[in-house]
Design a protein around this ligand. Structure first.
Ligand code: C5P
Length: 216
């Protein structure tokens, strides 16, 4: 049993992809495995935080000592995050779909051999940006940024645009999506830290330690 510097602090973590329904049997998805977000929820709980993990559709088991809320779509995820407030700490790791289908078909779309279904997209809410401006904004709001190029530049721009406190920028040009390791840079108002290639569990532990230093 180690130190519990986050005892008494509430944290909300999002993880995984979202599924955006097209009709009752089809959806838009992405390749996020949820592993990094689940590891962060576990690491925060290990430091004593009271953690709500809002999980998109993934096959991972819930970490111990974490309250898990399963959701499908971005709009459900936003509601679950809202329901988890007030919180001291928010870490938004989910790969939220940027777009949903504007109107989910109530019955299965049929292949009629002639016309294609007219799918119109609508923009999803940006949960991280909304939370950063929320009247019950958590004291520390952390976002993730998956980039394939100019990782740190894009992350610094995202920090300003979203209004969060920190961005964990990860380089997904390699094998990160679904993989075990992650290569990240921690971007804050104070500067950029380049972390080495680490297992996702270790990225999570380091981030939780940094959060504890900031919030304990
Ligand atoms: O804009 P982009 O998707 O690259 O931003 C990534 C960050 O924003 C992640 O922290 C992600 O969880 C969050 N995000 C969100 N809601 C969205 C899109 C992204 O919370 N609709």
């Amino acid at each position: 049993e180690g130190a519990r510097p986050l005892a008494g602090k509430r944290a909300v973590v999002t993880a995984g992809p979202t599924h955006e329904p097209i009709d009752p049997v089809r959806y838009i998805a992405n390749r996020s495995s949820g592993r990094q977000g689940f590891a962060i929820a576990e690491a925060l709980a290990a430091l004593g935080a009271d953690v709500t993990l809002v999980a998109g559709p993934v096959t991972l088991p819930a970490p111990r000592n974490v309250r898990r809320i399963d959701v499908e779509s971005a709009r459900e995820m936003r509601q679950a995050v809202e329901d988890a407030l007030p919180a001291d700490i928010a870490v938004m790791v989910a790969a939220v779909a940027d777009w949903r289908v504007a109107e989910e078909a109530p019955t299965k779309l049929k292949k009629d051999g002639a016309s294609l279904p007219p799918l119109t997209l609508a923009e999803n809410p940006d949960i991280l940006a909304e939370l950063s401006m929320h009247d019950r904004r958590p004291r520390l709001v952390v976002g993730f940024a998956a980039e394939t190029d100019n990782v740190v530049d894009h992350a610094s721009a995202k920090l300003a645009r979203k209004g969060c406190d920190w961005i964990v920028a990860n380089d997904v040009s390699g094998d990160v999506m679904g993989g075990a390791d992650n290569r990240v840079h921690l971007v804050t108002a104070g500067g950029v830290e380049d972390w080495p290639d680490l297992p996702k569990s270790e990225v999570a532990r380091r981030l939780a330690d940094r959060i504890a230093k900031e919030c304990a």
